[in-house]
Write a protein that binds this ligand. Structure first.
Ligand code: FES
Length: 195
């Protein structure tokens, strides 16, 4: 049985206020997200039904949307749900090795949950951070520029200490990219001035 908690009922009402009353189904995506977070990271049939009831739409329509996006899970997931990007830029930069290292370290296949319920694994399409490929998303956090060694170290950290806020490597890489971009911008300006 699933019902929105009192806190989430307030959030549901806030989302509904953002849309005209005859367009309330536009709140479908945020309501699915709320239901999923409340339901331990996945959407049971009852959770889909609760969303459908709020929006006065058929549960089938809610299911169609929830099954389309990889951000929604229709089966239980682990405490740490690992989404490995397998699209071309990540693939070219070693996504297969990252994925296989996760499988080997955790002893699970794709869409499976470890026996202790701590981890689940899934391969997804582009996560939109190709510049720092290969990329893995764990719950709401991105980890970038990974390889076999660093992804296993990351999984060990999750198991021991919980999810790190952001990998050190990603922050450093981001800083370098920003510096590079500003150097490029400065030199382009100089060429224009000389001309
Ligand atoms: S291809 Fe992996 S983030 Fe875009």
């Amino acid at each position: 049985m699933f019902a929105f908690s009192p806190e989430n009922q307030v959030r549901v009402a806030e989302h509904l206020k953002k849309y005209p009353s005859d367009r309330s189904q536009s709140a479908l995506l945020p309501l699915l997200d709320l239901a999923q977070r409340q339901n331990g990271g996945w959407l049971s049939y009852e959770a889909l039904e609760a969303v459908a009831n709020v929006l006065h739409i058929p549960v089938l329509k809610v299911h169609e949307v929830a099954s389309f996006y990889s951000m929604y899970h229709l089966e239980p997931v682990g405490t740490y749900h690992i989404q490995v990007c397998g699209t071309t830029p990540c693939w070219l930069r070693g996504a297969e090795s990252v994925r296989d290292a996760c499988k080997k370290h955790l002893g699970v296949g794709m869409k499976e949950v470890t026996g202790d319920g701590l981890f689940s694994l899934e391969e997804v399409e582009c996560l939109g951070a190709c510049v720092n490929a290969p990329v893995v998303q764990i719950n709401d956090t991105y980890f970038e520029n990974l390889d076999e060694k660093s992804v296993v170290a990351l999984l060990k950290t999750c198991a021991k200490e919980g999810l790190p806020a952001l990998s050190q490597k990603s922050s450093e890489q981001e800083e370098k990219s920003i510096k590079k971009a500003s150097v490029k911008k400065t030199s382009t300006k100089k060429v224009k001035t000389d001309a």
